[in-house]
Ligand binder design. Sequence first.
Ligand code: SF4
Length: 674
Amino acid sequence: MTTTTCPFCAVGCGLVLDVAGGRVVGVAPERLHPVSRGQLCVKGWNAAQFIASPERLTRPLLRRNGRLEAVAWDVALAAAAEALAAARHEGGPDAVGVVASARATNEDAFAAMKFARAVLGTNNVDHCARVCHAPSVAGLRRTLGSGAMTNPIADVDETDCLLVVGADVTENHAILGARILAAHERGVPLVVVDPRRTRLARAADLHAQIRLGTDIAFVNGMLHAIFAHGWEDRAYLDARCENVDALRAALARWTPDEAARVTGVPAAAIVDAARLYAASRRGWLAYGLGVTQHVSGTETVIALSNLALVTGNVGAIGGGVNPLRGQNNVQGACDMGALPDVYSGYQPVDDAAARRRFEAAWGVALPSAPGLTSLSMQHAAHDGRLKTLLVIGEDPVVTDPGGRFVARALGRLDCLIVAELFLTETATCADIVLPAASFAEKDGTFTSTERRVQRVRRAVAPPGEARTDWEMLEALAARLGRPMGFRDAAGVFTEMAALTPIYGGMSHARIGASGGLCWPCPTPAHPGTPRLHVASCVRGRGRLIPVDQTPPAELPDAEYPLQLTTFRLHHQYGSGSMTRRAPLLERENPLGLVWMHASDAARRRITTGACVRVRSRRGEVTTRAIVSDDVPPGVVAMPYHFAEASPNLVTNDALDPIARMPELKVCAVAVEAC
Ligand code: SF4
């Protein structure tokens, strides 16, 4: 029996893997886990199925004469090192880039960022947080000083009101969703703000079914009502916040009637939502990708932060501003500095003192200018500026906007190197494919959405010749003549903790003995910090920043009269590379579909199960329809786990100007029967 952490969503449930004959033969919940408390969702129960898939990559592959052929590690590493060295020689260090993984361990992510910076000499390192919670990092750092979830999941049991914005929690964070529903059944009011009628929305006391991309108008309407009725926490604002008068003045135009005009939610419901949240002693505010995946993602995060500050909910038990991270280790990959502008622990690359610390530890000069984001790397590849790219455990051809463009851009690289479990859509485009170890085959740590750093433990050997990411990066670094000095996962963690104050008091041994530690945990005696901003915000005073409604980059018109939004299904995860190889999960949701309202379907003579074409200015995708009142008239919705029916063939890559997040949650489309 091996106790470890679920490899799917960022709730971070505790798993026990049952091993017999060198194979994982069963999964059980960890009975005493502090968050999951002996429970798992259906994905967790089936977490081991993909490990034994016959489709696992077991040997390195090298493209020869247009075909990927199995080769020895030596051959693959030599080819990868040669391609990286040639690109650097021809175009300088910034002609190469690394896309790290939010699915891999912290140790893998730290090795990836060190490999990019210390071995390749570039800050071109990023990962899929770019397309999920980059606006949370940017927005909350501006207002509070830290871009992470402020309060623990356990605070759901301590709150007087639950406000969930743009998050389909029962589908995507099921164990947390169950906890929210249980609190609601005990009488805690539940307010859901979401354009779709999710399961949580159906259970809520108040479902504000806003128009796509109008969250700021809704929140500003709530804030207007809060000030108008005197529901703000005046003592908290005086003692702990700055910019109160500027915010109040900027809210003048956001009367509930004006917010209703923009959002489509009745003014009385906006005032009710404000009353339920603000008049409660404490409100636990959580949000998801429905907030962040917009051109106004960062400003929407700021608006939510304003709401929590004005009501005195930041730093309080049962309160907080809580971005629900999606993938198992997207929080950790950010913490590890797999981002173009910061080292581990969010230490800026353009801060000379921080840079000197890493230079002294690694014995090399490091670049000072922030690097390219993952999407900018695609454009640089398309334009010929980026020549060799290493993609670790990500599938951007499926998960990033404009899938055809992504494939075309990757095809223009001199060399694409992909480390993966399976031959994904992106790996299929690669010149070199390196077989990777899964969560059950490696030691390390994941950091959950509540900043809880937890152990991942090796239960079985990787199949064939597959290796952990940090091992293959170390081997590649040695080939390039710059070994990183990593011997085992615990050693990687030790180096990272020494350079990363928020992880400074942690070690594998301590995390394993404690059941997980929430950062910041700066010293070995520090107990960890489940709740941030308690006495004051990390930045000092909470900063209120007025923000205004920005419409989506693309609105419906005569040619593209509907709005497309995207979402995730309970039985699938990410690009589906793991869950679609778990037969019991695939059985439940085997198809990508497009959800559409009966009125839109009838107008087009479309019925459930009909073949339909979804078109936008960027491309088209053929799929099947499901007629449902989960979506309002004028809106269609597609899940993004299915490469054969990927909404990212039509989604918009218009960017949030601050966080560079593409607007995956809304674009204009036409839908017609095939
Ligand atoms: S809720 Fe998330 S972490 Fe927990 S079992 Fe399900 S997928 Fe795994």
